[in-house]
Design a protein around this ligand. Structure first.
Ligand code: BYC
Length: 343
C-alpha cells in the first residue's frame, strides 16, 4: 500500500559505483556523512522517517521485527476467534468479536508501517505462509476453555503491553506511532481479560477451578513470550543501540511478573511456580527456571498448534482472494471514473 507512494532513497551500497578515483572518494565521503547524520539522529533521540537515509541493517532489522509483530497480531486472532461462537453470553460475544477485530487492525497498521521500509505486504504475507517468517510463540497454544479467553486477555495482552509501551518510543517514526494506538487498545483488551478471570474466580467452585487450570497452562508460555534470556538474545545489542528496542527481554519479563503477582492474588489464584518469592533485596519477585527447550521447540514449528495455525492462515488467505480481486477491480473502476471526470 504505502510502498506505492514512497520513493525510497537507495542504500548507497546498492548503487553502481563510479570507478574514477575522485568520484570514489566523494561517494565514500557522502556515505560517511549520511551515516554520521543517522547516528546523530539516534543519539539525539530524533525519529527516523521513511524518506531519511538509514543503514541497510537498520532497515532489515525493522522489517524483521515489525513484520513478525504484524504476523503475531493476525495469527493471534485464531486462538480467541475459536471462542466467538461459544462465548457464554451475547455481551461477551460482542466484546470478543470487537477484540479479535482490533487485533486484525493492529496487524494492518503494522504491515503498513513495515511497507514504509520498502517491503510489500504481499512479500511479508508470503514469507509467513511459506513458514519462513516467525510470529509470537504464544499463539501456538490451544484455547481449550472459556477461561483461556480470559487468560489471553489478562496475561498475553498484559505481556504485550509491557513489551509494546517502550516501542512507542522506538526510533523509527511509523512503528512508534502505530504502537501508541495499539497500546491504547491492548490496555482495554487486558482489562476485559481480567474481568473474565474475576467473574470466574468469584463464581462457582467449578468456574474458579477452570480459571486456575487456565492460568496453570498459560503462565509459562506467557513468561517465555518476552523472548530468550538476554544472554541468548542475538538482536538486542544492535536494536537497543539503534533505539528500536528500549528495554531488554529479561527486564520486561521481570516487570511483567512483578505486576502480575498481585493481580493473581486479588483473583485468589495461584501462579504455578513454587519458587516464586518476593526478594526484598532486589525489590523484585524471584522465579523458577524457564523451560527454554520448550520455547525453542515452539518457535521452530513443533508447538501444539503450529501446523494448524499456519494452515488456517493460508486457507483464510486463499478463501479471501475474491475479496482482494473485487477491491482492486473497484479501485481501478473508481480511478478510471475520476480520471474521465478530470479530463
Ligand atoms: N516467539 O534476539 P531476540 C500480541 C525469536 S502480538 C517467536 O531476543 P528480538 C497479541 C526472535 O524473533 C505480540 N519468536 O529477538 C496479538 C529471533 O529470531 P529471528 C508480538 C521469538 O527481536 C493478538 C530469536 O528468537 N509482539 O501481543 O531482539 C492477541 C532471538 O530473539 C520470540 C511483538 O512482536 C517469541 N516469543 O526480541 C493478543 C513485539 N521471542 O528473528 C496479543 C515486537 C524471540 O532472528 N517484537 N523470538 O529469526 C519484539 O519486541 C522483539 O522482536 C521480541 C524478540 C522481544 C519479540
Amino acid at each position: 500500500m504505502y510502498t506505492q507512494s514512497i520513493d525510497l532513497p537507495q542504500d548507497p551500497g546498492d548503487l553502481p559505483r563510479d570507478p574514477r578515483p575522485g568520484a570514489r572518494a566523494a561517494s565514500t565521503a557522502a556515505d560517511a556523512r549520511r551515516e554520521a547524520d543517522f547516528e546523530a539522529s539516534i543519539a539525539a533521540d530524533r525519529k527516523i522517517e521513511p524518506q531519511d537515509w538509514m543503514p541497510a541493517d537498520y532497515r532489515k532489522t525493522l522489517v524483521r521485527q515489525i513484520s513478525q509483530h504484524a504476523h503475531s497480531e493476525v495469527v493471534g486472532m485464531l486462538p480467541e476467534g475459536n471462542w466467538v461462537t461459544r462465548a457464554p453470553s451475547l455481551k461477551r460475544k460482542a466484546i470478543l468479536l470487537a477484540k479479535v477485530q482490533d487485533e486484525g487492525g493492529h496487524g494492518l497498521y503494522l504491515y503498513s508501517a513495515a511497507e514504509t521500509l520498502g517491503t510489500s505486504r504481499a512479500e511479508m504475507v508470503d514469507a509467513l505462509h511459506a513458514g519462513k517468517a516467525k510470529y509470537s510463540s504464544i499463539f501456538n497454544y490451544p484455547t481449550r476453555t472459556w477461561a483461556d479467553v480470559g487468560a489471553i486477555g489478562w496475561l498475553v495482552d498484559g505481556a504485550a503491553i509491557m513489551n509494546q509501551i517502550p516501542l512507542c518510543r522506538c526510533s523509527y517514526g511509523p512503528y512508534a506511532r502505530a504502537m501508541i494506538r495499539v497500546c491504547k487498545e491492548e490496555s482495554f483488551h487486558q482489562r476485559q481479560g481480567y474481568d473474565i478471570m474475576l467473574t470466574l474466580a468469584r463464581g462457582t467452585a467449578e468456574q474458579k477451578a477452570m480459571a486456575q487450570e487456565s492460568l496453570d497452562r498459560w503462565w509459562w508460555p506467557v513468561v517465555m513470550m518476552f523472548g530468550p534470556p538476554d544472554s541468548d538474545s542475538v538482536h538486542s545489542g544492535r536494536t537497543m543501540a539503534w533505539g528500536i528496542k528500549r528495554v531488554s527481554n529479561d527486564a520486561l519479563r521481570q516487570k511483567f511478573i512483578d505486576a502480575t503477582v498481585p493481580q493473581a492474588e486479588l483473583l485468589g489464584l495461584t501462579i504455578p511456580d513454587p519458587m516464586l518469592a518476593w526478594n526484598a533485596e532486589r525489590g523484585h519477585y524471584d522465579h523458577g527456571p524457564i523451560d527454554w527447550d520448550e520455547f525453542w521447540r515452539v518457535v521452530n514449528g513443533e508447538g501444539p498448534c503450529n501446523r494448524e495455525r499456519l494452515a488456517d492462515r493460508v486457507a483464510a488467505h486463499e478463501k479471501g482472494a475474491w475479496v482482494r480481486e473485487a477491491a482492486m477491480a473497484h479501485a481501478r473502476k473508481r480511478a478510471g471514473a475520476q480520471s474521465r471526470a478530470a479530463a
